[in-house]
Design a protein around this ligand. Structure first.
Ligand code: ZN
Length: 324
């Protein structure tokens, strides 16, 4: 009998979410907590407790495995964490630590790849064989499906759309590079643009949304001011839409996808940014590729858990799955 459930674990810089997910994508039971600050073992302990909490409503034999998404560069073939900006997990053998204490098979992947997995199995890209996903949040991530399969590259590190160069010698990116997509579209970049304009008369609406303190302005404040009709905030987000569009022109020209899915907290909050990007693609992509659909992700806050569960199902179903 095919087992019917997977456990999806979404470890973020501030929160951890874990869900017991049935094969069709319904979350049966979930748990959420703040990411512990006490180092890698505290994070692993928390994950194990949460897995136990959600999995007690079904028989253990009905669970195919656990998928874990991390905001990290993960060598998928080795299942190792190579680099992790926001959490102390680089070089930590997270998978073995978890597997030594639970009965289930564990597979890890980068959160951008898993967002693509979730949209492919349960969301906007269901049935779409060629698509790229870009997630706009604090970081900018992404993933690609080519011919119905995830494309991760030689060592499983591919899909980092957020770290493509859009401007030579552009502003610094948290990864250490310059002029990367993330240095324009990540939350800190949008917040910084909001702060720049908020110290001028034009930006007073943004300043008001943030309670009058320019240092407290967030990307969400810029979005809020824009939805309240503020011109300066809307311009910041429209310019971000152009950067997004130009980035995606490169991807569309390279991959000729059927669809681009834009997700993450910022992407989902700004449908007009997605529309602006679609206009840029329609105007600038090479001939024959412009019919690509540019859509918002559908899984919202559950994207991480559902993507991780989708990976666990996929690993379990695939004959060539990781059996190490
Ligand atoms: Zn970068």
């Amino acid at each position: 009998m095919r087992s019917s459930y997977a456990i999806g674990v979404d470890v973020g810089g501030t929160r951890i979410a874990v869900g017991l997910v049935e094969r069709k994508g319904r979350i049966i039971k979930d748990a959420k907590s703040l990411t512990p600050k006490g180092g890698p073992f505290a994070i692993v302990d928390e994950v194990i407790d949460m897995v136990a909490e959600v999995s007690d409503v079904v028989k253990q034999g009905e669970i195919v495995g656990i998928g874990i998404g991390l905001p990290a560069q993960i060598d998928f073939a080795r299942q190792s964490v190579e680099f992790c900006t926001n959490l102390p997990l680089a070089g930590v053998d997270v998978r073995s630590l978890v597997m030594s204490r639970v009965r289930h098979h564990v597979t890890m992947d980068n959160d951008g790849n898993l967002a693509a997995f979730g949209e492919s199995k349960y969301g906007a890209a269901k049935g779409i064989r060629h698509f790229a996903m870009i997630t706009l949040g604090t970081g900018v991530g992404g993933g690609m499906f080519i011919g119905g399969d995830p494309y991760r590259g030689f060592r499983g590190l591919g899909g980092e759309i957020g770290h493509m160069v859009v401007q030579l010698d552009g502003p610094p990116c948290p990864c250490g590079g310059n002029g990367h997509v993330e240095s324009y579209l990540g939350r800190p970049a949008i917040a910084a643009k909001g702060r720049d304009v908020a110290v001028t008369h034009r930006g007073r609406a943004i300043l008001e949304v943030a309670g009058g303190d320019v240092n407290l302005i967030t990307a969400e404040d810029v979005i809020k001011a824009s939805f309240a009709g503020d011109q300066a905030a809307t311009e910041i987000l429209m310019e971000a839409g152009v950067v997004l569009g130009k980035t995606l022109v490169g991807i569309v020209n390279l991959l000729n996808p059927q669809m681009i899915v834009v997700g993450g907290g910022i992407g989902e909050a700004c449908p007009f940014m997605i529309d602006r990007a679609a206009e840029v693609i329609a105007a600038e992509a090479l001939a024959g590729r412009r019919d690509v659909r540019v859509v918002a992700a559908e899984l919202g806050n559950d994207a991480g858990v559902l993507g991780a569960a989708a990976l666990a199902f996929e690993e379990s179903d695939s004959k060539e799955g990781l059996n190490r």
